[in-house]
Design a protein around this ligand. Structure first.
Ligand code: 5GP
Length: 206
């Protein structure tokens, strides 16, 4: 039963952990879940669609929006700017839908500060070394960019303990990681503090 505002889920973790694939799979099976499309100044990769994968902005436009307070959080990642549009998240949650986003780790922690009720999930591969292998296999970055992403990944791992959940995306078993993520989303709906006092009273006394 859908009631009141939706929940905010933040799936983070190092580049190459499988956030894109797992969140896509989750969205395909969860009608109540909406994806928050981020804005970025990075160049689109082949196959990426404006408004679906990202809102691709010039640096000037990104900075203009940032000054206007349009981003709930934003970060410089590997020389490009990335930000979460505030309006979409606030409106969609107010309509009662759950929202999922996948920022890098500092962005996730900024969301947690702005919305303490957000649920933070850290996604990692079962071995750190798989990150590099996955980034190489997808062939979307130069070797130099991959090296830098791995350096950032090392730093990001330090923040695991600030998250609410960890999901381990084991090599060749991503369906299990999707199940684990779905279980987290499902269970979060039943936390006592998400129910209004009126709703609790109605089950107590009727
Ligand atoms: P990519 O260039 O691979 O699409 O993304 C690079 C990193 O930026 C990834 O770790 C991704 O999760 C992160 N990212 C994507 N959108 C946002 C956002 O809106 N805010 C923040 N802080 N990071 C983002």
């Amino acid at each position: 039963m859908k009631q009141g505002p939706g929940l905010l889920f933040v799936v983070s973790g190092p580049s190459g952990a499988g956030k894109d694939t797992l969140v896509d799979a989750l969205l395909a099976r969860s009608p109540q879940l909406r994806y928050s499309v981020s804005a970025t100044t990075r160049e689109p990769r082949p196959g990426e669609i404006e408004g679906q994968h990202y809102f691709f902005l010039t640096r000037e436009e990104f900075e203009r929006r940032r000054e206007a307070g349009a981003f709930l959080e934003w970060r410089d990642y590997n020389g490009n700017l990335y930000g979460t549009p505030r309006d979409y998240v606030e409106q969609t949650v107010a309509e009662g839908y759950d929202v999922i986003m996948k920022p890098e780790v500092n962005g996730a922690l900024a969301v947690q500060r702005a919305y303490p009720a957000a649920v933070l999930i850290f996604l990692v591969p079962d071995r750190f070394s798989y990150l590099g292998e996955r980034l190489l296999a997808r062939r979307t970055e130069t070797n130099e960019e991959i090296a830098h992403r791995l350096e950032i990944a090392h730093q990001e791992m330090e923040f695991i303990r600030s998250f609410d959940y960890i999901v381990i995306n084991e090599q060749h078993r991503s369906e299990e990681a999707v199940e684990d993520l779905a279980a987290v989303l499902h269970a979060e709906r039943f936390r006592i503090h998400r129910y209004t006092d009126d709703r609790l009273r109605s089950v107590e006394h009727t």
